[in-house]
Design a protein around this ligand. Structure first.
Ligand code: NAG
Ligand code: NAG
Ligand code: NAG
Length: 467
């Protein structure tokens, strides 16, 4: 039954999945020892596909207070990311923005919570592993580099340019430095104009004061043994912020300096991911290349057109034309201009108010038998489910242009820090002029496919695992 309620789910099960670490999105790694216990991320190449294992950041045991802090922190930093993405979509120029610390890349704080990581090899000195955060709304890939003026604690050895014969710093007059300068929202390169051979410096500043600063460089990048020569990335020698023990970030956006654009020859601008649930042992995959036979999808892939906008940087837009709650399609004028961002880095799906309010009203009417609870951070539709042995969770379905229906995994409908405050896992933007974002909490156990040359995004159900 396509439009029915999802199966009855025991609340106990729900809390095991979503409890513990609070949510699957806020893994703060607190000690080097915790890092060293980490599982080594796998990768391999197979026919037309290069497959990298994707994981949440796992950390050691945390106290209840730490968890509460983390949950509150992750929701507020998610809100900061959403507002910084709005600034970029609205095209607010960073040149008018003298305050560098507010260059709207994204919230640094949310990087700690931006849970999905993969391992890549960097450099010609043996291809040391670097564990990087996977972000579809970022352009430039960067890693921490030795000698570090200031680096956050990371799991893998620091990348040392001196040990890589193929490493080269890019000069100010290089086309990559120009590209970075143009993509002002992604970083602000600075050059010493008096010296023609000076190197191209970059600064990525995040709203909470964290940052990565260094030089633009090129070196061999290896992805499951596939070597990309002369890959352009940021070599960060001064980095600060809660980056959760990672080496840096992998930019999977649409624009010129992203990994996807730079590997066009190898992978044809085609990639997909499957984001796993949090439970220990679960992992997902990032697949580069267009061999869709390696997927383990359980439903056919359905594609919707990307909405292209050359002015809007790295983002992937699609057209959201409807939402169904418990099989009931909601009515809203907000679907008439349904351009939304699909983002691997925003956690909670955040909708324009007209759409959010319609979804909320329908959800409340179907969930009316449960007592309400106060709102929690950005989530305002909450219930006290203490004492209920089982709850029936309405299904949630997105409909994209072309009548492409995507059912959200049942783990992505509700969010709970504990049973007395279980919330609809969706949030509202401030204004209908803003742009809705489909976040990763609602993309779990889905194969999400980005065909940048074909300008389409595909979806299929898949129980995520390393394939
Ligand atoms: C950049 O400047 C150097 C030094 O002046 C020069 O040799 C090189 O050809 C220039 N490269 C480009 C792409 O203009
Ligand atoms: C989204 O789809 C609707 C219905 O097909 C269409 O009317 C609207 O113009 C589309 N919006 C965009 C931004 O493509
Ligand atoms: C939630 O409901 C339970 C059972 O009715 C009640 O004891 C508890 O005080 C409520 N908690 C909150 C935070 O309202």
């Amino acid at each position: 039954m396509a439009w029915g309620f999802s199966a009855t789910v025991l609340l106990l099960l729900l809390l095991v999945v979503e409890g513990g670490g609070g949510v699957d999105c806020m893994e703060v790694v607190r000690s080097r020892r915790a890092l060293q216990r980490k599982h080594h991320l796998r990768s391999r190449a197979e026919s037309g596909a290069t497959i990298l294992e994707l994981r949440h950041h796992s950390s050691g045991k945390k106290s209840r207070e730490d968890e509460d802090d983390d949950v509150a922190g992750f929701l507020s930093s998610d809100a900061a990311r959403v507002s910084s993405l709005q600034r970029r979509v609205a095209g607010w120029s960073t040149e008018e923005d003298d305050d560098k610390a507010s260059v709207p890349v994204s919230s640094g704080a949310r990087l700690r919570t931006l849970n999905y990581v993969a391992a890549v090899g960097l450099g010609g000195g043996g291809g040391d592993d670097a564990t990087v955060i996977v972000d579809t709304a970022s352009e430039l890939t960067w890693v921490q580099c030795a000698p570090c003026a200031s680096c956050h604690d990371q799991q893998d050895p620091l990348f040392d340019p001196a040990s890589s014969p193929s490493y080269a710093v890019l000069p100010c007059n290089s086309s990559s430095c120009d590209a970075l300068r143009l993509a002002a929202a992604t970083g602000s390169p600075s050059c010493d104009a008096s010296s023609s051979d000076s190197s191209c410096s970059y600064t990525l500043s995040y709203r909470d004061g964290s940052y990565s600063q260094g030089v633009l460089a090129r070196d061999k990048l290896s992805l499951a043994g596939e070597v990309i020569d002369g890959f352009v990335f940021g070599c960060g020698t001064s980095n600060q912020g809660p980056f959760g023990g990672t080496s840096g970030l992998m930019g999977l956006g649409r624009s010129k300096l992203s990994l996807i654009s730079q590997t066009m020859d190898q992978f044809g601008g085609f990639f997909s991911y499957c984001l796993p649930l949090k439970e220990s042992g679960s992992s997902g995959s990032l697949v580069l290349g267009d061999d869709t036979t390696v997927y383990r999808n359980s439903t056919p892939i359905v594609y919707t057109s990307m909405v292209s906008d050359p002015l809007q940087g790295p983002f992937y837009f699609v057209n959201l034309t409807g939402i169904a709650v418990g099989g009931q399609e909601v009515e809203s004028s907000g679907f008439s201009d349904g351009k939304v961002i699909v983002d691997s880095g925003t956690i909670i799906t955040t909708l324009v108010p007209s759409v959010y309010n319609a979804v909320k009203a329908e959800f409340l009417s179907q969930f009316a038998e449960y007592p309400r609870a106060p709102g929690y951070s950005i989530l305002d539709t909450c219930f006290n489910l203490t004492g209920f042995r089982e709850v029936q969770i309405p299904s949630l379905k997105f409909v994209f242009d072309g009548n492409v229906e995507v059912e959200v995994d049942s783990s992505g409908v509700l969010f709970s820090s504990d049973s007395s405050q279980v919330c609809l896992a969706l949030a509202s933007l401030k204004s209908d002029y803003e742009t809705s974002i489909i976040g990763n909490y609602q993309q779990k156990n889905l194969r999400v496919i980005f065909d940048t040359l074909g300008s389409q995004i595909g979806f299929a159900q898949e129980t995520c695992d390393y394939i």
